[in-house]
Each structure stands twice: as C-alpha cells, then as structure tokens.
Design a protein around this ligand. Structure first.
Ligand code: ATP
Length: 403
C-alpha cells in the first residue's frame, strides 16, 4: 500500500523511525522534513476522522428514514364523540368505529381530526397543526385595527351589532342571569360598499376577537370538493382561536336557494352549505365564536340559514342618507388638509353614493390637489372628484364597483 493511501500507517512509521534512530542520529534537514511530513499526516488523519464521522451520520439518517418509510401509514379520521380513553371515530368512507385513545394523548375533542392505526383503528395522535395551517391558506385571519370610530353614520346598525355580538362576548354571564340566549350570529345585508365588512371588523376589534374572513364564492369555486371540509376546519380553527368572529362574505354563494341539484357543482355547493348549517347548529349561543354573514342578495338566500338558532338576526346596511354621508366624510377627511371646503354641498352632490364611494371621492380629491402641486385640498377638488366618480359609475355596467 502506498504511503499516501494510508496516512495513519505512515504517521506511526515516521514516529517509529524517529524513536529507533534518535533525533540526533538524523541529519537536521531530514528531521525537519520528517517533522513536516508528520504534521501533514496528522492533519490528514483529523480530516479523515471528520469525514468518517460525517459518513456515519449520513448512514444513521438514511437508516432512520428507511425505518420511518417501513412504518405502516396512519389513517385520518374524525372524532364523533369521546369519553376519556374511548371514542367513536368516523373514517373518510363514512364507517364509524369504537376505538381507544393512546394514554398520553390529551385534549382531543369531538370534531377533531385524528390519526388512527390501520389495524387496530385506535387513536395514536392528533392532527391539528397541519390542518389549521392548511386552512389558514384559504382565509384571512387577523386582529383588526378598525374601531367603531372609523364608521360614519350607521348608528342603528352599530347599536344592533354591539347588542348581538359584542355584549354576549363581553358579558356572557349577563345573558345567563337574565335567562335568554343571544343569537349565534347575524346576517348583514345591503348594497356593496356600505360598511358590512367594516362593522364586522370593528366588533372584532372591540371584543379583541380573532377575525376570520371567508369569501363564500371562493369557498365553492376555488376549492372544488373541499368546501365542506374547509367549512369544518374553519370552525375548528375559530374554536381554537376563540374569542373569534367568523365573517362569511358573499354568503349567498353558499346559501342561495337551489332549485336544481342535478350538476355535481350544485351538489358540491349544497354539501358545503349543509356543513355550514351543521356547524351553526353544533355550537352553543354562549360559546365565544360568533358568525357574521354578509350578502348583497338577500332575495335569493335559502331561509334555512336564517332560521331561529342560526343567523336569525338580520341587519340591513343601506346606502347612507344625508346625515350618514356627512359622517362618512368626517371619518375620511379627518387626516386631510382641507381649505374652504363646503362639506354640506358635497354631501348634497353625493346622493346614492355608498360609504366606499364616498371614501373614493376623498382619495380622488386628494389626487387632484397632488396633480396641481398643492398640499391642501379645495372645494373644487371635491366637486371634480364627485364628477369623475359619477362618470366612471355611468360607464360601469353594474354601477357600484368600489370595495
Ligand atoms: P361588499 O358588500 O362589497 O363586501 P361592504 O358592505 O362589506 O361591501 P366595506 O368593505 O365594509 O363594504 O366597505 C369598503 C370601504 O368603504 C371600507 O373599508 C371603508 O373605508 C369605506 N366605508 C364603507 N362604509 C363606510 C362607513 N359607513 N363609514 C366609513 N367608511 C365606510
């Protein structure tokens, strides 16, 4: 074997040579050369030892992976009911089983998704984190910053939302003492851009609740075949983040009256809707999860969604009247640098404008000032902005377009 091939052997040989000959018996140059060689071989040994260690680690990892791959996979099931270490589970094919729960598993509740052993069908683990992370991709989850102060007008509507959503979340005991059950949720209906989302966010802010926003049409269009499962997971997520408000915008996409359930798409929407009803029926009025539905199409809504015990409080959010428009302008001009703006005149010019359109008037007016190289906004900027929006609105087939 070549010396270089086995540095360990060379290393020990050179030491041996030094020891037998004695340093004084070798010429100085040779000693130096040997010492240098010795040093180099020493470094090689360290490097090889490190390499050896690394290879061992790789080997162990591959072994572990192999062992994991050889393990039988687990089934995902839903917990129907649970009592300490016994549970009724339902497999995706609909079959139900009575199974046992692994001893060290805590915090399993009905409705949870769990992992079960293929043979014994006993619950071996909980499937929470991944599920919730999945569902978080499909929703907006936030702690909104919008307060009641950001809402112009809508006094009556604010009052009702406070009564139905805020009060039960803040003072559940009061309802228990009086002996009445607050609604589980409300349905806000009215034209686009009138502040329905804003109301829902403001009540989440005032109750410090997690705000979970779902768009009905997205739920049924984007996640074909997944809608019902997602509804279920959204509510499980809401329970885990309680106090929480689930805001379902465009709820009509899920909950419209369907005359024909012939197509698979319609059946899918229907399944999603049924799951939503099941979720609404499944929790108690004083649980700290509330549902707010919103729609522009109350006329096509399936009455099942507004039956007692579901979204049985209906709040109409209409276009603002003159006073309301003044209030909305107040909110949106709060931070604007205005000069000689006669707001009541602008209010008079904006009949039939929604809150969102009034906000757009303010933004447009600001742009007119910027284009004119000014740092203040004038009355003329506002009138031009109103005209511009009226023109654009006439161009739009649907009329209202600001969200
Ligand atoms: P859609 O039906 O299209 O979902 P919406 O009724 O939920 O509309 P919002 O999204 O709440 O309307 O309103 C859009 C924006 O318009 C708000 O973020 C807010 O800036 C403004 N706005 C609407 N109504 C009001 C209001 N009453 N006071 C102040 N701002 C408002």
């Amino acid at each position: 074997m070549e010396k270089q091939d086995n540095p360990k052997v060379v290393y020990s040989e050179s030491i041996h040579l030094e020891q037998t000959l004695g340093q004084d018996k070798l010429p100085n140059a040779s000693v130096e050369k040997l010492e240098e060689e010795n040093k180099m071989l020493g470094t090689n040994v360290i490097r090889l030892e490190e390499e050896n260690l690394m290879l061992r680690e790789m080997f162990n990892n591959a072994n572990n992976e192999l062992a994991a791959l050889k393990r039988p996979s687990l089934l995902v099931a839903d917990v129907i009911s649970i009592d300490q270490n016994k549970s009724v589970i339902k497999l995706p094919n609909g079959n139900k089983f009575y199974s046992y729960v692994a001893k060290d598993l805590k915090d399993i509740h009905s409705g949870d998704a769990v992992l079960v052993d293929q043979k014994s069908l006993n619950i071996v683990d909980k499937l929470t984190v991944n599920n919730n992370m999945e569902v978080e991709k499909f929703i907006i989850l936030e702690k909104p910053q919008e307060s009641w102060k950001e809402i112009g007008g809508l006094k009556q509507e604010v009052q009702e939302v406070k009564e139905v959503i805020e009060l039960p979340l803040k003072k559940p005991k009061l309802f228990a003492k009086v002996g009445i059950e607050p609604p589980k949720g409300v349905l806000l209906y009215g034209p686009p851009g009138t502040g329905k989302t804003l109301l829902a966010k403001a009540v989440a802010h005032s109750t410090n609740a997690t705000f979970i926003q779902v768009v009905g049409s997205e739920l049924v269009q984007k996640f074909i075949g997944e809608g019902a499962k997602l509804v279920k997971e959204i509510f499980a997520l809401a329970r885990s983040k309680a106090p929480a408000i689930v805001f379902i915008d465009e709820i009509d996409a899920l909950a419209a009256i369907r005359v024909d359930l012939g197509t698979s798409g319609e059946r899918e929407v229907n399944r999603t809707f049924m799951q939503l009803l099941a979720e609404l029926d499944g929790f108690k009025p004083l649980d700290d999860v509330k549902i707010i539905g919103a729609t522009n199409r109350i006329d096509i809504l399936d009455p099942a969604i507004i039956r007692p015990g579901r979204l049985d409080r209906l709040i109409e959010v209409g276009l603002p009247n003159e006073e309301g428009r003044g209030e909305v302008f107040k909110v949106h001009t709060r931070k604007m640098n205005l000069q000689n703006v006669n707001m009541s005149q602008i209010v008079a010019l904006t009949e039939n404008f929604s809150g969102a359109e009034l906000k757009a008037v303010c933004t447009e007016a600001g742009f007119f000032a910027i284009r004119d190289n000014r740092e203040y906004v004038t009355h003329n900027d506002f009138t031009q902005a109103v005209e511009k929006l009226q023109l654009t609105e006439n161009d739009e087939e649907t009329g209202r377009f600001f969200g």
